[in-house]
Write a protein that binds this ligand. Structure first.
Ligand SMILES: NC(=O)c1ccc[n+]([C@@H]2O[C@H](COP(=O)([O-])OP(=O)(O)OC[C@H]3O[C@@H](n4cnc5c(N)ncnc54)[C@H](OP(=O)(O)O)[C@@H]3O)[C@@H](O)[C@H]2O)c1
Length: 248
């Protein structure tokens, strides 16, 4: 079944045929080993937001791949900054996507994992309060959770005074959450890049110039460059590019 604005493959093996959901699912897939996939949308000139939010960059093809990537993961990792700023709600999938997960032996919904150093989190936020699966908060030993947070989430401590991301991902793997999808934001991507934990980047390039002002998809202290080879280039009929880069 093809929905909405057609998406076609430009590289490798260019094809004029619009990609159906089954083909898109196979193109992104799940790995047979633990993997951290990161998904972002950016403008042509590298902006991560328009008017402060990612919504101004995202159209129907991006949303289609965004929800497909959520369907494919065991856990959805998001930084507290993005959770607060974008007002994350509970992670929900439509019945078609849930059916796919059941058929593949997965929980109906991925687990939300929130990365926070301060634990400045609101347990009443829908991402926690309405979660279909109990979320995990990844933090460190040097901070106490606010009242109510431990009632709605597992608080996982990795690191003494800052979050040890590598240890945190190892602990998620031990819990059976091996296919990880990170939806940002930029400071978390910067920290994951610094720790060389990014296996894959799915980047939607929106065909617009956002102009000066907004940040990039990455932020924080400088890190050594990391190679991430191109795996596919898809294009939607509205001019959006969908890139997948992954290491070996
Ligand atoms: N275009 C896109 O695809 C996209 C995607 C995501 C976000 N965004 C945009 O990005 C902006 C937010 O990004 P941001 O860079 O300011 O924030 P961010 O990376 O989303 O979040 C920063 C916060 O997350 C926690 N965090 C991140 N890395 C951490 C680490 N290594 N250890 C411990 N905690 C960590 C901390 O939370 P605490 O303060 O709780 O300690 C930190 O203050 C928003 O404008 C959002 O709309 C765009």
């Amino acid at each position: 079944m093809t929905v909405g604005i057609p998406i076609r493959r430009l590289w490798p093996e260019p094809s004029d045929l619009p990609l159906d959901d089954a083909t898109l699912t196979a193109l992104y897939g799940r790995a047979d080993q633990p993997r951290l996939r990161v998904n972002f949308v950016a403008s042509l000139d590298g902006a991560v937001t328009v008017d402060g939010y990612s919504a101004g960059l995202s159209g129907e093809p991006d949303k289609r791949v965004f929800s497909l990537l959520r369907m494919l993961c065991d856990a959805l990792v998001v930084a507290a900054g993005t959770l607060r700023h974008e007002g994350y709600r509970a992670v929900r999938l439509d019945e078609r996507r849930r059916a796919w997960r059941r058929e593949h032996g997965l929980a109906e919904y991925p687990t939300l994992v929130v990365v926070s150093g301060s634990l400045d989190l609101d347990p009443a936020q829908a991402a926690f309060a309405d979660a279909p699966v109990r979320p995990v908060v990844l933090t460190h030993a040097g901070v106490d959770p606010p009242p109510g947070l431990a009632d709605v989430a597992d608080v996982l401590r990795c690191g003494t005074d800052r979050v040890d991301l590598a240890a945190g991902l190892d602990e998620l793997h031990r819990r059976g959450l091996t296919q990880l999808l990170c939806e940002g934001g930029p400071h978390l991507l910067g920290a994951l890049t610094a720790a060389d934990l990014v296996d894959e980047l799915c980047l939607t390039v929106a065909p617009l110039l956002a102009g000066p002002g907004p940040g990039r998809i990455t932020a924080g202290d400088a890190t050594p460059p990391r190679q991430l080879p191109l795996r596919h280039v898809l294009a939607a009929d509205d001019g959006v590019l969908l890139l997948r880069h992954a290491r070996g």
